[in-house]
Design a protein around this ligand. Structure first.
Ligand SMILES: O=C(O)C1=C[C@@H](OP(=O)(O)O)[C@@H](O)[C@H](O)C1
Ligand SMILES: C=C(OP(=O)(O)O)C(=O)O
Length: 410
């Protein structure tokens, strides 16, 4: 899709749907426990795929490219006694690791086998009762493995104790899982490297309906922070709360510290305004560890490039195993918009910017976040985004919302 050179309109309001991560957790919990109702569920394709998978009684579930759903369903299906399911996904899903989760579930007694390559989907899962109550798992590849175990923990007879081995990646997602569990009444604790999920004790409370209202998606909000930072005009978003369960809400602090975009809470309907400071002095170097918030790294790199601010971002080892190798994709496409970067296994660094003459198409590598993070660059120069529909994975109405806040310069 061609994005002509644009400016920002002032003060438009965008209504972003529920957090994909919170929605996916709540869907698993509502399949495990009755009487849970969810409001403002994410309208992302990933969440819809998970919802359909949980409703299906079929022998084969194809979860396409939805990584979190793949990981959460692996544990969920492992405890569905008497059911055998083949859990598969897209070609990329068959390259995304799952071995540590499968090993942990097998150690608890699960019956899971690999149907193609050892360590990767597709999986054959024979559901059964898991007898053990303690397990160890390396924590440096994906927090989704650990959240997946946490979500089923209270359904095991004696609960579950998870020993996290090594460096913990994407930590706020684990905190989110603990808080979501607590909100629906499942007790838990996290001390040092040990997470404990207590068994669900049936009580009168279990017959009460628990209503969960999902806060809007902060990762999706990041693209509007980028627009506000580059376009220097304010944008309003809803519905966001002051104390978020989502680690990506750190975008507020990051865009204030490095780009002078202030987040002002407007009270009504949990509306926030992103207001750029007109006199802000940009830093000489953005130096940041984004291990806690990997999904907004692409957004930040494009904003920094548009504003020609050198950056050094570390903590990104997991980007290599997401929808694409995001570090390689970033390096290639940033070059097209005038940024020469260097990447390592876990970082991206740039101090060299140049004026691109003619911008060729931005490739999106089947990665929704490549499309959405590069789009705001049209405030600097016209560009083309390939395969615009990739955004559906997390934010189906992205282009409509993008159109509301931008105005093409003819
Ligand atoms: O638990 C979750 O909802 C997620 C955890 C993160 O993955 P990793 O833990 O694999 O980094 C994040 O990148 C993903 O988009 C969603
Ligand atoms: C990495 C992501 O999703 P998943 O791992 O669920 O495919 C994402 O949404 O950026």
């Amino acid at each position: 899709m061609r994005l002509e050179k644009s400016t920002l309109k002032d003060n438009e309001t965008i209504n972003i749907s529920g957090s994909k991560s919170i929605s996916n957790r709540l869907l698993i919990l509502s399949a495990l426990f009755e009487n849970l109702t969810i409001e403002n569920l994410s309208n992302s394709q990933d969440t819809q795929l998970l919802q359909k998978a949980l409703e299906s009684e079929g022998e084969i579930i194809d979860i396409h490219h939805a990584g979190t759903a793949m990981r959460f369903l692996t544990s969920y299906l492992s405890i569905q006694e008497g059911r055998t399911t083949v859990l598969t996904g897209s070609d990329r899903m068959k390259q995304r690791p799952i071995q540590y989760l499968v090993d942990a579930l097998r150690n608890l007694g699960a019956d899971i086998s690999y149907l193609e390559k050892e360590g990767f989907p597709p999986l054959k899962i024979v559901g059964k009762k898991l007898e053990k109550r303690a397990v160890s798992i390396p924590a440096d590849i994906s927090s989704q493995f650990i959240s997946s175990l946490m979500l089923i923990g209270s359904k095991l007879e004696n609960g579950l104790e998870i020993n996290l081995v090594g460096k913990i990646t994407s930590r706020p997602y684990l905190e989110m899982t603990l808080k979501v569990l607590r909100n629906v009444g499942i007790a838990n604790q996290w001390e040092d490297q040990i997470i404990t999920i207590f068994p669900n004790i049936q009580s009168d409370k279990s017959s009460q309906i628990t209503k969960c209202i999902t806060e809007s998606d902060w990762s999706s909000a990041s693209y509007f922070y980028s627009l506000a930072a580059i376009g220097r005009k304010s944008i309003n978003l809803k519905s966001f709360r002051p104390h978020s369960l989502q680690g990506d809400s750190v975008i507020k602090e990051i865009y204030w510290d490095f780009f002078g975009v202030n987040t002002i809470s407007q009270g009504s309907e949990s509306k926030i305004s992103l207001m750029p400071e007109s006199t802000f002095v940009f830093p000489e170097l953005i130096s940041l560890d984004m291990n806690d918030c990997p999904d907004i790294a692409q957004t930040l790199c494009v904003t920094a490039t548009a504003l020609k601010t050198p950056f050094e971002i570390t903590g990104l080892s997991t980007l290599k195993v997401k929808e694409t190798d995001r570090l390689v994709a970033l390096k290639n496409e940033l070059f097209k918009i005038g940024c020469i970067s260097e990447i390592t296994e876990e970082s991206i660094y740039s101090t060299k910017f140049f004026e691109p003459n003619e911008i060729t198409s931005i490739e999106t590598y089947d990665d929704h976040r490549m499309a959405m993070s590069f789009a705001p660059f049209c405030l600097i120069k016209a560009l083309t985004i390939e395969n615009k529909n990739v955004v559906e994975k997390s934010y189906p109405q992205f282009w409509e919302d993008f159109d509301i806040v931008t105005k093409t310069i003819l």
